[in-house]
Design a protein around this ligand. Structure first.
Ligand code: UD1
Ligand code: UDP
Length: 390
């Protein structure tokens, strides 16, 4: 069986890594034919620290196709990716295309594959913010609509799809068994919704093991465990809006009086900090640094006193590592993290961020013990199911 993974943005490289590892391990269970896994990289992210560092660190092979699309308006970027992905797919003729998450690369990959009649698997399917102003919300809805395999990370994601009329939900939306059964091969014409768990949990478990010995980021930044905050901001609604970005930075300035804030800055936000003349030097307790590698980020997260972020992935990593999170958004797709107060939504409201930042953590240990996000074996489930059904 030949699979093509289509990726382009930082979190997609991280989601790809466990699937590459699993496909290197796993043979096609029916035919004993080795799985062939091709990588198509759209080039949505291209700076070393947003792109190649993840391939190097996570041992992901060089992409088979690099489309080099780069940055641009959403329509242009998505269109260019579709055009170039189509050429690669026509040449490669995979049995299945896998797309990840909710970026423009996800949408372009799903549309290009569906036009060619190639089956599509969407990893991280079923998430909803119910905010159609986010381009990610539109991307994920359209990717779900064109997919044959809707691999959900949580029960809630399966439920969302059920409400949208997807009727073929495996195991009533509960995490499926690790060894897939023959039943997955039935009724190939109906899209299949399957809770496989969160592939980012696979990645975090694998990554942390290596990072604990392999990363020296705390020494490099002269940080002591639990004596700093960690922050990231990159959502368009926060970083492209001067008022909101200023409000967030003003809140960070106050919070950082207590403990320093380490702030690895996404290139979009860096560009806007400069354009809006929000000079970092004013915020001297805020340590603005370049984006960090995944292993460095896992360590920064695990040993932070609190994480302040608008990232989807980092809200969950905060949860995995039992670190309280302040989410700089008005809603979240990862609703499980809100239960029992592990995560708090503040939007870009300065006062709410300050209050949540200072609030002493009242987290109970058992509030983290549930298996909302599966068991760290999503990649094996994904390959198991697809090999039965393709
Ligand atoms: C994209 C995704 C977002 C995801 C994020 C992960 C869309 C619509 N958005 O947002 O869902 O959470 O990736 O990080 O797909 N830039 C560089 N170097 C790079 C990449 C980007 O300088 O390597 C700058 C460019 O000025 C670019 C801007 O960042 O215009 C935004 O990049 P883009 O890929 O359009 O969106 P992200 O904000 O990264
Ligand atoms: N990440 C990283 N270095 C950074 C910032 C984030 O390795 O400097 C990782 C983070 O640990 C998570 C993923 O990138 O696994 C999240 O990506 P991002 O916040 O860009 O996108 P989102 O998850 O919001 O789509």
């Amino acid at each position: 069986m030949k699979i093509a993974s289509l990726v382009g943005a930082r979190p997609q490289f991280i989601k790809l890594a466990p699937l590459i590892k699993a496909s290197q391990r796993q043979k096609h269970p029916n035919s004993k034919i080795a799985l062939e896994h091709k990588i198509i990289h759209t080039g949505q992210h291209y700076d070393y620290k947003m792109d190649k560092v993840f391939f190097d660190e996570l041992g992901i092979p060089e992409p088979d196709y690099t489309l080099e699309v780069g940055s641009g308006s959403h329509g242009w970027q998505t269109g260019e990716m579709m055009k170039k992905a189509e050429e690669a797919l026509v040449k490669e003729k995979p049995d299945l295309v896998i797309v990840y998450g909710d970026t423009n690369s996800t949408l372009a990959g799903a549309l290009a594959s569906s036009k060619l009649g190639i089956p599509i698997a969407h990893v991280e399917s079923g998430l909803r913010s119910y905010n159609r102003n986010m381009s990610e919300e539109v991307n994920r809805i359209l990717a779900d609509r064109s997919s044959d395999f809707l691999f959900c990370p949580t029960e809630n994601a399966c439920e969302n799809l059920g409400k949208e009329g997807f009727s073929n939900v495996a195991n009533n939306g509960k995490l499926i068994d690790l060894s897939p059964s023959e039943s997955f091969s039935a009724d190939k014409s109906t899209p299949l919704v399957i809770n496989v768990g969160d592939i980012m949990y696979d990645a975090a478990l694998l990554g942390l093991k290596i990072a604990e010995t392999g990363s020296n980021i705390l020494e490099r930044l002269k940080l002591e465990p639990k004596k700093y905050y960690l922050a990231t901001v990159h959502r368009a609604e926060n970083s492209d809006d001067k008022k909101k970005l200023k409000s967030i930075l003003d809140a960070f300035t106050e919070i950082s009086i207590e403990k320093p804030i380490i702030f690895p800055v996404h290139p979009r936000t860096k560009k806007n900090l400069e354009a809006f003349h929000l000079a970092p030097s004013v915020f001297n307790q805020i340590q603005i640094i370049e984006p960090v590698s995944y292993f460095d980020m896992l360590i920064l997260e695990k040993y932070a006193t609190k994480i302040l972020t608008d990232s989807g992935g980092m809200q969950k990593e905060a949860y995995f590592f039992k670190v309280p999170c302040v989410t700089l958004r008005d809603e979240t797709e990862w609703v499980e993290t809100l239960e029992k107060g592990n995560n708090v939504l503040t939007g870009a409201d300065k006062n709410k961020i300050i209050q949540a930042g200072f609030q002493s953590s009242t987290l109970e240990h058992d509030s983290f013990s549930s298996t909302f996000y599966g068991d760290g074996q999503a990649a094996d489930r994904i390959l198991g199911v697809t090999s039965y059904r393709i």
